[in-house]
Design a protein around this ligand. Structure first.
Ligand code: SAM
Length: 243
C-alpha cells in the first residue's frame, strides 16, 4: 500500500477524536456564534475573492465543502461561479450553522446538500467523487493530526487533476501582519476560546509533493490579519507506488 494510505489508516481514528477534543471552536462555540460568522468578512472576503479567482469553479462539476458555516460561500459559488449543472455538498458540525446554510441554499434545491457531521475528518464521499474540495477558515481550528487527515481525505475523494481550495489564517509576512499574528497566537495560547479556537497556521509541511501540485498560493493581510490561499491539484498516485 502507498505510504500515504498506510498513514491514513493509522491516523484516522486518532484524528477524529483529537479534532473533537481539541477543536475549541467546535460545535458549542459555532452554535453560539451562528450568523456572526458572516461578520468576519472584513479579513476573509479578500482571501475568498482570490481563491475564487484561481480555483476554476467555472469548469467544476461537483464541489464538496468541509465546514460550510452559514453557507455564504456556497451561495456565492452557486449564484455566480458554478455551471448550472454543477452540484454542491458540504458538512458542518454545528446544527445552527447547518440550519442557516440550508435556509440560505434553499433556492438551489437538489443542487445543494448540506449535512450535519459529528466532527469526524472523513468525507461522506466515494473515492474520486468530486473535482473541488473547499475548506475556508476551518483547518486553523485543527490539530496537526486532523490537518493530515483532511489532506488524505481530500486526495482520496478528488478526481485526478481535481483541486483542493483552502483559505486559512496564517503567520504574518510584513511587520503589521506579523504583529497581528503574534498577538493572535499569544491570545490563543492564553485562552483559545477568545479567538474561537483558531490560530495562524503554516500548511507547507502537510503538503506531500507526491500527491499535490501547487497551482496557486498567496498570503493576503487585509487590516493586518494574514490569510493564506492554497489551490492544490491532486496528482494521481501511480499504482506501483501503492504496493
Ligand atoms: C470559522 S468557521 C468558517 C465557516 C465558513 N467556512 C466560512 O468561511 O465562513 C468554521 C466552521 O467549521 C465548522 N467546523 C469546525 N470543526 C469542524 C469539523 N470537525 N467538521 C465539520 N465542520 C467543522 C464550524 O462549525 C464552523 O461552521
Amino acid at each position: 500500500m502507498h505510504r500515504v494510505a498506510v498513514e491514513y489508516e493509522a491516523r484516522r481514528p486518532d484524528a477524529w477524536q483529537q479534532s473533537r477534543i481539541e477543536s475549541v471552536g467546535g460545535q458549542a462555540y459555532y452554535d453560539r456564534f451562528g450568523k456572526n460568522q458572516d461578520g468576519q468578512g472584513f479579513y476573509e472576503d479578500p482571501a475568498l475573492d482570490e481563491l475564487i479567482a484561481h480555483a476554476g469553479f467555472e469548469t467544476a462539476d461537483s464541489v464538496f465543502e468541509f465546514g460550510s458555516g452559514t453557507g455564504k460561500f456556497a451561495a456565492r459559488l452557486l449564484q455566480d461561479h458554478l455551471p448550472p449543472t454543477a452540484s454542491y455538498r458540504s458538512v458542518d458540525l454545528s446544527p445552527i450553522m447547518i440550519g442557516l446554510a440550508r435556509q440560505r441554499l434553499e433556492p438551489y434545491g437538489a443542487r445543494a446538500k448540506v449535512a450535519l457531521s459529528e466532527g469526524e475528518i472523513t468525507f461522506p464521499l466515494a473515492d474520486h467523487a468530486v473535482d473541488r474540495v473547499v475548506s475556508n477558515y476551518v483547518l486553523d481550528l485543527f490539530s496537526d493530526t486532523a490537518i493530515q487527515s483532511f489532506f488524505l481525505e481530500a486526495h482520496r475523494t478528488l478526481r485526478p487533476g481535481g483541486r483542493v481550495c483552502i483559505a486559512s489564517l496564517t503567520r504574518g509576512v510584513g511587520l503589521p501582519s506579523r504583529l497581528v499574528s503574534s498577538l493572535w497566537m499569544a491570545v490563543f495560547r492564553l485562552k483559545p476560546a477568545l479567538v474561537g479556537g483558531c490560530r495562524p497556521i503554516k500548511l507547507d509541511a502537510f503538503i506531500d509533493s507526491h500527491c499535490w501540485h501547487i497551482a496557486y498560493r498567496n498570503i493576503l493581510a487585509p487590516f493586518g490579519v494574514p490569510s493564506e490561499v492554497w489551490i492544490l491539484e491532486a496528482i494521481q498516485v501511480a499504482p506501483s507506488a501503492r504496493e
